[in-house]
Ligand binder design. Sequence first.
Ligand code: NAD
Length: 295
Amino acid sequence: MSRIAFIGMGNMGLPMAVNLVKAGHEVAGFDMSREIMGRAGEKGIRAMSDVGAAVQGAEFVLTMLPAGEHVRSVWLGDGGILASLDGRPLLIDCSTIDVETSREVAARAAESGLDMLDAPVSGGVGGAEAGTLTFMVGGSDGAFERGREILSAMGKAVVHAGGSGNGQAAKICNNMILGISMLAVSEAFVLAEKLGLDADRLFEISSQSSGQCWSMTSYCPVPGPVPSSPANRDYRAGFTAAMMLKDLKLAQQAAQAVDSATPLGAEACQLYRIFARKENAGLDFSGIIKMIRGM
Ligand code: NAD
C-alpha cells in the first residue's frame, strides 16, 4: 500500500484515482472543481483543500490535467507541487501535453533531486474506468521501475518509451497516425458510396486487404460494419474532435521544433480545425466523415 497524491480528477483522473483506491492505495486528491471533490470523497479518495495539502507525505504524486499551461502552473507555480513537497516521492504526469513543457518540468524536478515520469495514456474514459489504459512512459530506467506497479493498477500495458518527454512523443506520434488514418478511411468510404459500392462490401474487402487499419477495423466511421464504433450512435464520443485537434496541434508544434516534415499531419490538423468548431467539438473524431461527405 502506498500513499498517493492525485491532482486533476476530471473525466480521466477520477476513475484512474478510483482504481488506485481499489488496488489498496491511500489516495489524497485535489481538483479545482468542488463538485468533483464531492464525488471523489464518496469513492474513498481523501479530498484535500489544495495541492500543497494533497502532496504532504506522498510517496507518489500523479497529475492528470488538461494542457501544458495547467501542468506548468500545478508543478512549477507558487504553492505548486515542487514548492510544497516534503519528501522525495516519484512524480508522474499523465496529462497529454507538449514535449517541451514535459521535459522542462522533469528537468526542474531533477534540480531538486526528484525523479519524474511523463506517462500519457491511450484508451479514453472507458479505459480509465476499466483500468485498461496503455501508458507511454518517458523517464529514467530507475524511475520507470519505481512507477510500474502504480501505473499497472490503472492500465493493461505500461511501455517504457525512453528518456523524459518520450512518453509525450509517443502519444502525439500515435495520435497523428490516428487522425490521418481516420481521414483516409473516411475519404475511401465516401468515395465508395459515390461509386455505388456498399460500405459493408468495402469493409469486408479492405479489412482483409492492404488498406486495413485500426480506424477501419475497430472504429469504422460509417454505421454498420463495427457495431461498437461511435458511427452507430450518432458519433457520440468516444474520443472527441476537440481532443483530436489538441493532439494534432501538439504534433505540429513538435514537428516544427525539430524541423520534421509532416505534410499529412498538417493537413489533418487543418481539417480537424475546421471540423471541431463549436457544434462539433464534443462529437467523436470519426464524425469528420460527415464533413468530408459534404465537401
Ligand atoms: P478534464 O477537463 O475532464 O479533467 C481535467 C481536470 O483538471 C478538471 O477536473 C480540472 O478541474 C482539473 N484542473 C485543472 N487545473 C487544475 C488545477 N490547477 N488544480 C487542480 N485541478 C485542476 O480532462 P480529461 O478528459 O480528464 O483529460 C485529462 C488529460 O488526459 C488531458 O491532457 C487529455 O488530453 C488526456 N486524455 C484524455 C482522454 C479522454 O478521452 N478524455 C484520453 C487520453 C488522454
